[in-house]
Design a protein around this ligand. Structure first.
Ligand code: GLA
Length: 730
């Protein structure tokens, strides 16, 4: 009997364990077999393996779909721990690090079990339970796959059942391993009004970190998104890569470590900086989600995968239409009154827009909000500017058939405010240090439940009083500095994490009561663009920089990871380009206006009204069609992209000439995503107010999809800062 058992075990081991050198000594007679756990989407497999010898969990494979996953059983183990711990034998960056009650600074994780759940035909949630053999600490890895979108979401839950709290120092959402010859990292950096600047570099041995330490928002200097290309640089249509992003509106960290064998580990999660967290016995600690897609057809496909995912799952009401709007910020700033706003309501109507958005400056009385030095926190209508209150404006808007929206910044306070006077203990500020201002304001301590209640009531109070309000812009104009929470007492290192989780719980509560109210997410421009927050928001303000030349680059950057319907683009008076150029650029996403309409000439007004009508006709293609980036502004003096709807009978192409050098030629552009056997009519829209076209236009011609994709179209002109929009219809 014993002999039979031994032979069975031996056979199992030969089949399941690595051929070549076994990593951990000879198999024992009682060794359980290896276990393969695979997570799949339509085109991707992520495969884990429990090694029978040590019961540890390894990542065996990540890439395009395998014909036969069980062949991996024979593969030589690369020994990539799926969630590497710290303190025992791991000599590289860990995914998790902790100290136990008794001071033992190590964690060992062994496989216990796994579970596969299928909430619907598209989604599979795989959870893998790991446990320390000596300490009552459990770590569950969650891997949620979205089959049709080819997207995978990963997060982790940590539970400890020791006698006292346990401190965790690192607690990644995801650890992924790659074995390629070379690695190319594309990152997006920036600053206020300079969001999403793209850089690409080869990773070398050692560690490269992308992170932020801003507290209230994920980014300003580094955006929580990246492309990682394997072996070679990838372009729009070629190359193997992953596109990754963290759904977290606070400090994030991506670690890329190339080891001595040229293997790469990518660790993504909350930034462990100043954030050691003590977890109470029995209380699970859940990390945010890392979201990624794998593509072996370049960045274009990766973006489309993420767009599809964001539309169906990542952004609130992603499949629903958005509202076009007129915003008053850049035309009035803080200087407005009731008659002026009523005039703007009329302009909204005259233009054919859906909504008027009243920005900053409408509130506070003791310290009126007449500039950015005072009033933040006092969310009552300013009686001098709005003697009849918001209700009057909501009613006026309603009577002419436009919606009314309003700006708030409920997490913040000016020192010159009643809120500051009444609740100094609600404010994040260090004892024994001067207050540190940014835009003359401070951050409220959202970790305090009383503050959460206050913030909830800013919205709920207003919506209850004026249920006709149809839109909100939620701003967050500063990061944390000199931050200290009276509420958190001796757990100050919880602040960065608890703040964001508290924000999410307020937003979740608001969403229970107002599930579909459109809310724009803004953070001094694009500081809070992440899929953690976007679950609660319908769109985001991409940048305070609305110069359309800059916007071509900024929007290009966002387009890699975020769908166009969520990117708010406003036509303003920034930049010296024509109104047409400004309009065309704004049309590539969620279009709005923030410009003096009563300063328009008759021609400009007519042009804009026609453009809005065009936009309304085409917005579904722009918002929900597939994006093809055809010519990158990073590579040429022009930018060309197009959107194609799913039935491939309608497309919209945007072309911009950004600069024009002597002798520079602009070749035809080959289109993508069309049906080769369909015949398409080309029609130029948004034609200049004076009707001038720079070159014999392709407008009015018909071509097959085959011709358009193999030979291409003449798009745009040789004139700097000119633009062309083609409506392409079967
Ligand atoms: C931030 C926003 C702007 C505007 C101002 C108002 O800077 O990004 O769009 O709302 O606040 O103060």
């Amino acid at each position: 009997m014993k002999k039979v058992l031994f032979i069975i075990t031996l056979i199992l081991t030969i089949i399941s364990a690595s051929v070549g050198q076994p990593p951990l000594g000879p198999p024992s007679a009682n060794q359980p077999p290896d276990i393969i756990i695979s997570v799949s989407t339509l085109n991707t497999d992520l495969v884990y393996k429990v090694n029978g010898r040590d019961r540890r969990l390894y990542q065996s494979y990540l890439g395009s779909k395998l014909d036969n996953i069980s062949e991996l059983k024979q593969a030589r183990d690369a020994e990539h721990l799926a969630y590497a711990t710290s303190g025992t034998d791991n000599l590289f960056e860990p995914a998790i690090r902790m100290t136990h009650n008794d001071g033992n600074p190590s964690l060992e994780l062994k496989y216990v079990s796994h579970n596969i759940e299928k909430p619907d035909t598209n989604i599979t949630i795989t959870s893998i339970l790991l446990k320390d053999p000596e300490y009552p600490v459990e770590v569950t890895l969650y891997i949620k796959s979205y089959a049709a979108e080819d997207v995978i979401e990963q997060w982790v839950e940590i539970v400890q059942k020791e006698a006292k709290p346990v401190t965790i120092y690192n607690y990644a959402s995801s650890m992924l391993h790659f074995d390629a010859n070379k690695y190319w990292l594309t990152q997006f950096h920036g600053y206020w009004a300079e969001e999403m600047k793209m850089q690409e570099n080869e990773l070398t041995s050692g560690i490269k970190i992308l992170d932020s330490k801003l507290g209230t928002r994920a980014h300003m200097y580094q955006t929580p998104v990246f492309f990682l290309s394997l072996n070679e640089k990838s372009d729009e249509n070629n190359g193997e890569l992953i596109a990754g992003t963290l759904g977290w509106s606070g400090n994030f960290q991506f670690v890329f470590e190339v080891d001595e064998k040229g293997s790469l580990r990518v660790i993504s999660g909350i930034n462990p900086f100043a954030s050691e967290y003590s977890i109470q016995p029995g209380k699970p600690f859940k990390t945010p989600s890392f979201i990624f897609t794998y593509s072996n057809h370049g960045k274009g496909l990766a973006s489309r995968n993420l767009h599809h995912w964001a539309t169906n799952y990542g952004i609130l009401d992603g499949t629903k239409p958005r509202l076009t709007l007129l915003n008053n910020w850049e035309t009035t700033y803080f200087n407005f009154n009731e008659p002026k706003l009523v005039g703007l309501l009329d302009d909204t109507k005259k233009m054919g827009l859906d909504l008027f958005l009243l920005d900053d400056g409408w509130f506070a009385n003791k310290y009126p909000r007449n500039d950015d030095h005072a009033g933040l926190g006092d969310w009552q209508e300013n009686k001098a500017k709005l003697p009849d209150g918001l209700g009057y404006l909501v009613k006026e808007a309603d009577s002419i058939g436009v919606k009314f929206g309003i700006w708030i910044e409920p997490e913040m306070v000016n020192p010159k405010s009643e809120l500051y006077e009444n609740h100094p203990e609600w404010i994040l500020k260090l004892p024994n240090r001067p207050e540190n201002y940014y835009r003359n304001q401070l951050v409220l301590d959202l970790t305090n439940p009383k503050v959460q209640e206050f913030v909830y009531n800013v919205v709920d109070g207003m919506m209850t009083k004026y249920p006709g309000i149809g839109f909100i812009k939620w701003d967050c104009n500063r990061m944390m500095t000199n931050a200290y929470s009276v509420y958190l007492k001796d757990e100050q290192s919880h602040l960065y994490i608890d703040y964001v989780n508290s924000l999410y719980s307020v937003l979740a509560r608001l969403r229970q009561k107002y599930p579909h109210l459109p809310v724009m997410l803004c953070s001094g421009g694009g500081g809070r663009v992440d899929y953690g927050a976007l679950r609660y928001f319908t769109e985001f303000w991409a940048s305070d920089d609305t110069d359309p030349l800059e916007r071509v680059y900024i929007q290009w950057g966002y387009s890699y990871f975020f769908p166009s319907f969520a990117v708010c683009n406003h036509i303003t008076s920034w930049g010296k380009q024509s109104l047409k150029f400004r309009t065309d650029v704004a049309m590539m996403g969620k279009m709005g206006y923030d410009i003096q309409i009563n300063g328009f000439t008759e021609k400009e007004l007519k042009f804009s009204q026609d453009a809005i009508a065009n936009y309304k006709r085409l917005s579904d293609v722009i918002w929900h069609g597939d994006l093809y980036r055809l010519i990158s502004p990073y590579e040429e003096d022009r930018a060309v992209l197009m959107y194609v709807n799913s039935s491939k009978d309608k497309a919209v192409l945007f072309a911009y000439t950004l600069n024009s050098r002597f002798g520079e030629t602009f070749n035809r552009v080959r289109l993508q995503g069309l049906d080769p056997v369909k015949t398409y009519n080309i029609r130029e829209i948004n034609v200049q107010p004076d009707g001038q076209r720079f070159r014999p236009s392709e407008s009015g011609k018909s071509y097959s999809g085959d011709y358009l994709m193999k030979i291409g179209l003449n798009v745009g002109s040789g004139a700097a800062l000119s633009s062309t929009v083609f409506e392409i219809t079967e």
